[in-house]
Write a protein that binds this ligand. Structure first.
Ligand SMILES: *Cc1c(COP(=O)(O)O)cnc(C)c1O
Length: 388
């Protein structure tokens, strides 16, 4: 199935809604049955029937089909956030007394789920350096049920060799879940490499317009049925039909947005790598990335995240740089049409040291390259650097 077909047509039965080109927004919580027999059939299989929108909704179903196809998965469930999708995927795979192995620097709320939340229910976790495939095997216990991956991560872009980790997990009968938000399904296909579950913050590139918070979980239908009966229906962190409709609209331009982002990021990255006031540039495609070979093998293209380490004398200088940006908006998140800057120092109280003994330096600023003319972005970075 080609990409344009998925984005423009898959799951859209236009003849059944007057030939409307845009999909209908079925803003209904419930669906009525013509007979008791039909309603009984609905109860037998809520996964496949339209009865109640916490379970199934036609607008949401269209989105599920497209996202499943993009990931090369049998099915997909969508959620009210990426955090909900990750939590549902993990919770469906573990029970009391079980253990999870996770990469060392996952998304902050993935860490919180595994380190703070699930231990209350008797589920333990170990965090390992995912750039070393052998580290996963060394961390396994007899109760390990799941390996959680995020490749590349969204701040310093460490990657895992997905095929190698999937193969070792299969040897031990352990499931794998990979957060693929950064690469998008266009640039990386974890399921084709043997990963069981793929999660997305659809808030980022999949929607791409900074107006929806959403998540997705893709995998084999049998496994997703278990997710549906478990955390999906029980915790009820669903995506509203309206947000699904907005996401369908965002997806129309996914391919062209990612092409523009990749081209602009290449230009901005090359410029950043030449700046003497920048100590280091992080990106899966950065010339000095020790995993550049893995990037070339595992990723089909670049996304728009680049992290810079400013050659700043103190945190005040980092703040002058960030406050001086005129075209980059300063905030959390990434993956929208607009370029963003996220200063690590904003997470720390005033007076924190520039380069703490452990953890990330406060001189880091993550950039998300959007759809603007790259020349305008470079000019903005150039003027802001003079304020350092
Ligand atoms: C944003 C993000 C999430 C969480 O997604 P939300 O939609 O914000 O809940 C998960 N993983 C990664 C890598 C993210 O960047």
């Amino acid at each position: 199935m080609d990409l344009s077909y998925i984005l423009n047509h898959l799951g859209e039965d236009r003849a059944s809604y007057h030939g409307a080109v845009a999909p209908p927004l079925v803003q209904s919580s419930i669906f009525a049955f013509p007979s008791v027999a039909d309603m009984r059939a609905g109860f037998r299989d809520e996964y496949a029937q339209h009865m109640y929108t916490r379970g199934n909704n036609p607008t949401v179903a269209m989105l599920r089909r497209k996202l499943a196809a993009l990931e090369g998965a049998e099915d997909c469930l969508v959620f009210g956030s990426g955090a909900a999708a990750m939590a549902a995927g993990v919770i469906a795979c573990v029970g009391q007394g079980d253990h999870v192995v996770c990469v060392a620097r996952p998304y902050s709320w993935t860490r919180s789920l595994l380190q703070d939340f699930l231990p209350r229910f008797g589920v333990g976790a170990s965090f390992v350096d995912g750039t070393d495939s052998a580290a996963f095997e060394a961390a396994l216990t007899p109760r390990t049920r799941l390996i959680v991956l995020e490749s590349p991560n969204s701040m310093t872009f460490e990657q895992q060799d997905l095929a190698a980790v999937a193969a070792l997990a299969r040897r031990h009968g352990i499931r794998t879940l990979c957060d693929n938000s950064h690469a998008t399904p266009l640039n990386q296909s974890p399921i084709a490499l043997g990963i069981d579950l793929v999660a997305h913050s659809a808030t980022k590139y999949l929607n791409g317009h900074s107006d929806v918070v959403a998540g997705a979980l893709c995998g084999e239908a049998a496994l997703l049925r278990a997710v549906f009966k478990g955390p999906y229906m029980t915790l009820g962190a669903i995506l509203s039909p309206h947000d699904a409709w907005l996401l369908l609209r965002g997806l129309r331009t996914l391919e062209i947005r990612m092409q523009r982002v990749a081209a602009s990021t290449r230009e901005v990255l090359a410029w950043l790598e030449r700046q003497p006031r920048i100590r280091r540039v992080w990106s899966p495609q950065a010339a000095d990335n020790p995993q550049l070979g893995l990037s070339e093998r595992q990723l089909r293209g670049a996304s728009g995240l680049v992290t810079i380490d400013l050659d700043a004398a103190d945190v005040a200088a980092v703040e002058r740089f960030c406050d001086g940006l005129e075209r980059f908006l300063m905030t959390v998140s990434w993956g929208g049409y607009e370029s963003l800057a996220f200063p690590v120092c904003a997470v720390f109280p005033p007076g924190a040291p520039l380069r703490p003994a452990a953890g990330l330096p406060l001189s880091l600023v993550r950039l998300s390259i959007g759809l603007e003319d790259p020349g305008i972005l470079i000019a903005d970075l150039e003027q802001a650097l003079t304020r350092l």
